[in-house]
Design a protein around this ligand. Structure first.
Ligand code: LHQ
Length: 263
């Protein structure tokens, strides 16, 4: 039997998903997409999971699409790459953004093409100092996908996003942090432990509230202030009805640590 292309480990309230095709820097083929979709199904169905950690096996995080799977031979009809996005990448990015649980990404090495944008779709991105982000698409005549023209301009501004997209140069993790593309760059040796600690911490926090924060931030780029204020009102109404809000406010008044249940 061949090795699984995705490893899923659920320990307590944290689900760790590891891309596991290290000999190809965890580049995606169809089987790997299928396994990742199954892992996300399990996470979505498991109410006890309150945080997700995504990382890669080996020396890379993810080199994007396996190009060996998507190249046309001489004289053949072009492969419909739009269909590949429609079937695999767009649903994946949408699922991560809609998952109402925090997703931490530990970028353990190079993140290229759709692999870079998969990382940027996550909520809190940590990267090892030796990691780099590459919008590699322009090097092969393609357009950044999987959110590659949506996340970077919003995170680092149009000038830098254009440079990344048109030059395809590696952006080292330290500069990615300095530019605001990611949350933090940490020493390689500390990366996985720091990411785990962060995921474990988030898993003890008010899960419903964090999910609503994610919903508000997702909606923000498309809304003007008036619409966003209305949305905040509606989400606050919902957050205010959770057990965790009651616990958080009581614990504050009683000067003790809150014990959130994620409800
Ligand atoms: C790979 C790949 C790879 C196959 C490394 N494929 N084997 C969506 C929808 C539809 C179609 C098109 O695309 C998309 C989205 C995309 O993601 S397009 C962008 C695809 N990705 C790239 O263009 C990146 C290609 N990879 C690279 O430029 C380099 O490998 C990077 C800069 C990521 C790492 O360089 P190195 O550290 O020097 O490693 P390497 O190049 O030696 O790679 C190690 C192995 O992994 C090697 O295999 P081998 O059998 O020779 O040891 C590579 O061929 C393989 N590999 N990326 N995308």
């Amino acid at each position: 039997m061949s090795a699984p292309l995705i490893l899923l480990d659920i320990a307590g309230a944290v689900a760790t998903v590891t891309l596991n095709r290290p000999d190809k820097l965890n580049a995606f083929n169809e089987a790997m997409h299928g396994e990742l979709a199954c892992a996300l199904d399990r996470i979505e169905d498991d109410g006890a999971v309150r945080a997700v950690l995504l990382t890669g096996a080996g020396r890379g995080f993810c080199a994007g699409q396996d190009l060996g799977d998507r190249v046309m031979g001489e004289g053949q009809e072009p492969i419909d790459l739009g269909e590949t996005l429609e079937r695999f990448y767009n649903p994946l990015i949408r699922r991560i953004r809609r998952l109402e649980r925090p997703v931490v990404c530990a970028v353990n090495g190079v993140a290229a093409g759709a692999g870079a944008n998969l990382a940027l779709a996550c909520d809190i991105v940590l990267a090892g100092r030796s990691a780099a982000f590459i919008q590699a698409f322009c090097r092969i005549g393609l357009v950044p996908d999987s959110g590659g023209t949506w996340f970077p301009p919003r995170l680092v501004g149009r000038a830098r996003a254009t440079g990344l997209a048109m030059l395809g140069e590696p952006l080292p993790a330290e500069r990615a942090e300095a530019w605001g593309l990611i949350w933090r760059c940490v020493d390689d040796a500390q990366l996985i432990e720091e990411a785990r600690a962060l995921a474990r911490h988030l898993a003890t926090q008010p899960t419903r509230g964090l999910g609503l924060i994610k919903r508000a931030l997702n909606a923000s780029p498309g809304n003007d202030l008036d619409v966003q204020l209305d949305l905040e009102r509606d989400l606050q109404r919902e957050a205010g009805r959770t057990e965790d809000y009651r616990e958080g406010a009581r614990a504050f008044l009683e000067k003790r640590r809150p014990a959130f249940k994620g409800r």
